[in-house]
Design a protein around this ligand. Structure first.
Ligand SMILES: C[S@@+](CC[C@H](N)C(=O)[O-])C[C@H]1O[C@@H](n2cnc3c(N)ncnc32)[C@H](O)[C@@H]1O
Length: 238
């Protein structure tokens, strides 16, 4: 599975020596430097296409971990949802409200600063320090480039934390970008990703809703392209 931001060599080359706190410092620096290739200047098309098809509760509250300044939160609010995001960087949170012409109210909440405007709230602070009570009640989770933003070693901890935070009735809408392995057949690579299975299957039912397969240029080779799968999963607690 790709690590986002995929274009940042810094992340890839140093993949083995991550800890959560060094990772956090790197994210804060990326936002300060505005090195935010991962940010999408449009609403994610897979969210728009599949959100309503996933048996998620309408007009309910959606938790968006590692939310950045994603416009997907605006779209979710436009669908009638309340949104509760969590984001480490104050720069990201500030930019989100300013760029969308929103005037948030700020309020200290334990270790976090809660920014709120209309239907959208963002807790500014560390996802790994969250307690259930910080989030309040929510009905679904939207994960775009949250799990996949983290280095492999930290993904296990991300999922363990998710298990603590997510009640049994809550479904997770997960988007991934997965590179086909060298020896994988098309059918294999279009199934549930091995890493997703390893990370989630003990505690979650995994449903693969959609796969979009495409050939993309391989950054490591000028002459070859690699097959990349864009996948939409729904996860529900066992
Ligand atoms: C790849 S970006 C994705 C942002 C957003 N989901 C999107 O689709 O644009 C990952 C985000 O996670 C934030 N982040 C990283 N570690 C975090 C942590 N421990 N707690 C909260 N946010 C974190 C980063 O600052 C960054 O904005």
């Amino acid at each position: 599975m790709q690590t986002i931001p995929a274009k940042s060599k810094f992340f890839i080359n140093n993949g083995n020596r991550f800890s959560i706190s060094t990772d956090n410092q790197l994210w804060l620096q990326l936002w300060r430097d505005q090195r935010i290739d991962f940010h999408q200047f449009h609403v994610n098309p897979l969210l728009e296409k599949f959100w309503s098809k996933l048996d998620l509760v309408h007009n309910s509250r959606v938790f968006v971990p590692l939310c950045g300044k994603s416009l997907d939160m605006i779209w979710l609010a436009e669908q009638g949802h309340e949104v509760i995001g969590v984001e480490l960087s104050q720069v990201a949170v500030q930019d989100f409200f300013r760029e969308n012409g929103l005037e948030p109210i700020k309020q200290k909440q334990g270790e976090f600063m809660l920014w709120k405007s209309g239907r959208i709230s963002i807790l500014c602070g560390d996802y790994f320090a969250l307690h259930k009570t910080d989030l309040g009640v929510f009905d679904s989770v939207y994960d775009r480039a949250a799990l996949t933003a983290l280095p492999e070693k930290i993904r296990r901890i991300y999922v363990a934390q998710l298990r603590l935070l997510v009640p049994k009735t809550v479904n997770i809408f997960l988007l991934t970008i997965e590179d086909a392995e060298e020896n994988e057949t098309l059918a294999e690579s279009m199934g549930i990703g091995e890493e997703i299975r390893t990370l989630y299957e003990k505690f979650f039912e995994i449903y693969l809703t959609y796969v979009d397969s495409m050939f993309e240029p391989d950054c490591e080779s000028l002459h070859f392209s690699k097959r990349t799968e864009y996948k939409v999963y729904r996860l529900s607690r066992k």
